[in-house]
Design a protein around this ligand. Sequence first.
Ligand SMILES: C[S@@+](CC[C@H](N)C(=O)[O-])C[C@H]1O[C@@H](n2cnc3c(N)ncnc32)[C@H](O)[C@@H]1O
Length: 246
Amino acid sequence: MTDYERIGTGYAMQRRADPRIAAAINAALGHAPRVLNVGAGTGNYEPVGPSLVALEPSPTMLAQRDPHAAPAVRGIAEALPFPSRSFDAALCVLTVHHWRDRAGGLRELQRVAPRQVVFFFEPARTDEAWMMDYWPEIRDLPSEIDPPGEAFFRRHLAVRDVVIVPVPNDCTDGFGGAYWSRPEAYLDAGVRSGMSSFAQLAPSLVAAGAERLRADLASGRWDARHGRLRTLATHDVGYRIVIAGD
Ligand SMILES: C[S@@+](CC[C@H](N)C(=O)[O-])C[C@H]1O[C@@H](n2cnc3c(N)ncnc32)[C@H](O)[C@@H]1O
């Protein structure tokens, strides 16, 4: 399990729900009256309206939840402390790749809720992510080795739909791929602090990659290779929503 006690500090500053992505997640939840948000962190994308319970293992993350946010329980996906069918939908946002036993956690989701909604990054799209050219070591992180993608979710959930979620060029949420058209942002240590992959890398590797990116931006090399991205309003960087169950 990724150590959010160590890397979670300052998370709430950079990770703030983007309203367009929130709308896609809300549509996937389909007005479920009782929702469990697993791996809830600071509470991004928790729908307003349904009766919601958050579950999160890290006290550092729990401490950053808004005082008005939904009640949160400390726990892990692999052992949900709730009776079967306590909820109508279970929501997971950018968390499954951090779990120690991903298949076990997905079994637990199906036990407590007939519908499962999972927002994730599709690993088959990693080659599209230019950030990997600058920080290739990200691929070797425990959370990124064999990360769960659509094929994994189809094996472990009764998947009904997989929705492509294009990321807007002005995405307000600072997750790993959010700045696909704003490369300068990755030079900012504050921006990087909201991205778990950077928080897990040795500082010397982060600095070396940032230096390569800085040089490529200064020389025009980045724009020669990827500059067309700056002209797009949205882009499929690899984010998806799986809708499974009822
Ligand atoms: C990238 S954060 C996402 C948080 C939140 N869902 C969001 O999108 O802002 C990943 C979260 O998964 C949590 N996590 C790690 N292992 C977990 C597990 N086994 N069960 C549940 N949550 C876990 C971490 O503590 C962290 O808060």
